[in-house]
Design a protein around this ligand. Structure first.
Ligand code: PMP
Ligand code: GLN
Length: 384
């Protein structure tokens, strides 16, 4: 067997969701909303299953969706993309990440990774034979610094895998930080593989800035998105890749032997959804921000040290002030003894052992959040 996979643990999301199912815990671990997703978008998918075309779509994605993606990003992020040469549909952002990393990285190439990092990045870099170079971001701000980038980049750097807004920290990078990263990518001739799946889930008036809109990055970026996050339909696994034509040509080759294509009804429904008016997207954000506030206030009232959430479905707490030094043990106790599943953020670090941060998903009904807070309150009372 391939030792890379044979030696990997099961992902923390699956582990915590299984424990939640087994114990009947409230699952605030894996990031998925309680909300079933917009009914009109789900109906559009059902309609194509019953009345539409259900054979293999074109490997680049159905034309309606590719052009909806280009139009959507022009409208929301001001970027001009050619739907025919610069946009491809994938089976989730995960496939897009795999295709980009396998399509760009050759054995021995260095790849800069920022930890905490989404758990798929490192195994995919290793699968490609890449050599990871870590930049460790520290709580509570998780900022890039010039010194840290200077240590990680070298003439062997082929790519960086970047995530903004950042899961699991729920932080967004400042314009200064984006500019700094862009400077390093230009200087070291590196490609920015930019995981922007949380681009729409940002709060407090924040405006997402795509990496490929930065000076000099248009020709050296791969922008990755996911309809799962935009429409609260995480199980759909419809992803988007945007890149300049010379990069896209190669990404298309890796995509053709990963999945080749994606369910046509889901593609058609996402095309319909991306064209929804601004109110849908603004309301979606407003609703998630309201849940964030409800849950954050509840955590603070219980005395937890909350790291504010600027985007994503998540909010983190610092458990160090509770005298806790092991997030994994803390989360295990939380789910087994107190009936709340959360995610230990150390699972997103390979080197820079941060063990005092725990992530909760607040994309839930008020009643779920309140029940979770009630159980946390009991846990706090018992440990005092
Ligand atoms: N990247 C990040 C940062 C994510 O948080 C997720 C899933 N939440 C993904 C990629 C995977 O997205 P998809 O489900 O579309 O594969
Ligand atoms: N991205 C989701 C999260 O961060 C989980 C995705 C998965 O389960 N693979 O919770």
């Amino acid at each position: 067997m391939n030792r890379l996979f044979a030696n990997l643990p099961t992902t923390v999301f699956e582990v915590m969701s299984s424990l939640a199912r087994e114990t009947g815990a409230i699952n605030l671990g894996q990031g998925f909303p309680d909300d079933p997703g917009p009914e009109d978008v789900r109906r559009a998918a059902a309609d194509v299953v019953l009345n539409g075309y259900n054979q293999y779509p074109s490997m680049m994605g159905i034309p309606e969706l590719r052009s909806a993606i280009a139009t959507h990003y022009k409208h929301w992020q001001g970027v001009d993309l050619d739907a025919n040469t610069e946009v491809m549909v994938t089976s989730g952002a995960t496939e897009a990440l795999a295709g980009a990393i396998l399509g760009i990285v050759e054995p021995g190439d260095e790849v800069v990774l920022f930890e905490p990092m989404y758990d798929a990045y490192l195994p995919l870099v290793r699968l490609a034979g890449g050599v990871p170079k870590f930049v460790t971001l520290q709580p509570p701000h998780f900022r890039l610094t010039e010194e840290a980038l200077a240590q990680a980049f070298s003439p062997k750097t082929k790519a960086v895998v970047f995530n903004n807004p950042l899961n699991p920290t729920a932080t967004t990078f400042s314009d200064e930080n984006l500019k700094l990263l862009a400077d390093f990518c230009r200087r070291f001739d590196a490609i920015a593989i930019s995981d922007e799946v949380w681009e729409h889930v940002v709060f407090d008036g924040r405006q997402h800035r795509p990496i490929l809109a930065l000076d000099g990055l248009r020709e050296r970026s791969v922008k990755i998105g996911s309809a799962g996050k935009i429409f609260s339909l995480t199980g759909w696994k419809v992803g988007f890749v945007c890149a300049a034509p010379q990069i896209m040509k190669v990404l298309a080759k890796s995509h053709q032997f990963l999945t080749f294509t994606t369910a046509p009804n889901l593609q058609a429904a996402v095309a319909y959804g991306l064209a929804k008016d601004d109110a849908y997207f603004n309301d979606m954000r407003k609703n998630f921000a309201r849940s964030r506030d409800r849950f954050t206030d509840g955590l603070r009232t219980l005395g937890f040290d909350v790291i504010p959430s600027q985007g994503t479905y998540f909010v983190n707490i610092d458990i160090a002030p509770l005298g806790e030094t092991d997030d994994v043990a803390f989360c295990r106790r939380l789910v087994m003894e107190h009936g709340v599943a959360a995610i230990p953020v150390s699972a997103f670090y390979a080197e820079g052992a941060v063990k005092n941060v725990v992530r909760f998903c607040f994309a839930k009904k008020d009643s779920t959040l309140d029940a979770g807070l009630e159980r946390l309150a009991r846990a706090v009372r018992q440990t005092r």
